[in-house]
Ligand binder design. Sequence first.
Ligand SMILES: NC(=O)c1ccc[n+]([C@@H]2O[C@H](COP(=O)([O-])OP(=O)(O)OC[C@H]3O[C@@H](n4cnc5c(N)ncnc54)[C@H](O)[C@@H]3O)[C@@H](O)[C@H]2O)c1
Length: 358
Amino acid sequence: MSQRIRIQAEELERYATAVLRAADVAEGHAKLVARSLVEANLRGVDSHGVQLLGFYMEQIEAGDVDRHAVGRVVSESGGCLHYDGENGLGQVVSSICCGHGVRLAREYGISLVVAQESNHFGAAAFWAQHYARHGLIGIALCNASPMVPPWQGREPRLGTNPICMAVPGGEVRPWLLDMATTTVAAGKIYKAMLNHQETIPHGWAMDREGVSTTETAVALKGLLAPLGGYKGSGLAMMVEILVAGLGGGAIGTELGGLRIRGKRMRASQTFIGIDIARFMPVEAFTERMDKLIRMMKETPPAKGYDEVLVAGEPEWRAEEIRRRDGIPIEAGNWETLKAAAWRHGVPEPEYELEGALE
Ligand SMILES: NC(=O)c1ccc[n+]([C@@H]2O[C@H](COP(=O)([O-])OP(=O)(O)OC[C@H]3O[C@@H](n4cnc5c(N)ncnc54)[C@H](O)[C@@H]3O)[C@@H](O)[C@H]2O)c1
């Protein structure tokens, strides 16, 4: 086993908050960003956990993100709200937008909140779940740095533009689909880079000519593979239209990126809230959801598998284990986070060291 550390979620959240506070991010905002990242780690989505903090800190230090901005409402009409993030932290902008989204969905039955001039908002699940916790169906979409060619192309034009839908659960855990529109999120390739893993699985990325590669270094300079070929390109375009098309924000190659300095990211985000109670009592709906999920899970497993899973299930399981045993963080990720903390004089938290140096 290569070396890694194991840390309790509360301790990691305190550490991440302290790092952001040391860079003059307001306390409430620092806590929010830290919580969104650690929640992803808890759910096993390490590509969108504290790994992102190193990149966020570089953006903040370079002045590419306005650490103090909170944005402003551009317009509100019925269930529709248009927000200008004014280059604030993506989590700060998204939190305000989701607050409006829940209010408007309650009032009008459905809400559509579109934010432009925002930044990276972490895992989309954090935001869609905000709606589900209020008994609403939540959908979160965003555009991202251009790293993906449209199908049959060989230059980046689109981001990994995620799609997430969270549905309130009954007896069974909530259904939570949270996926990039590429085979995997770019963060999984960054994770391989930070932990000096020379190869990545087949199907994740392509070289600059659009030819599939399993070499991490080639992938980093190359392209991410759209999910399922032209269908992934279509879904990424759908997201682009619903976020930046509708909101008037940066589209495709106009976006900056987590690893691009001297340029604003200019991400857009869209949040949709649906009030189930307009159709049936929430309890009746969650019973139907439980029935649907059971129907899926009772499917006889295919050869080579023990069971059928539904979206969200792998992450609920990871969360149960990680809340109990702590969060494992690979050495490369930890070193990057420590470097950002060290630049701001934040001392290391308590953790356990596991494994041996290879
Ligand atoms: N902020 C951004 O710009 C941005 C961009 C892209 C992706 N992301 C985030 O990246 C994260 C990871 O995305 P990803 O596409 O690599 O995720 P993934 O491929 O690990 O999982 C995608 C979905 O598939 C489900 N799933 C996994 N295994 C399953 C199984 N065996 N059966 C049924 N369902 C299963 C998961 O529950 C999840 O909902 C997400 O949180 C996403 O929001 C963020």
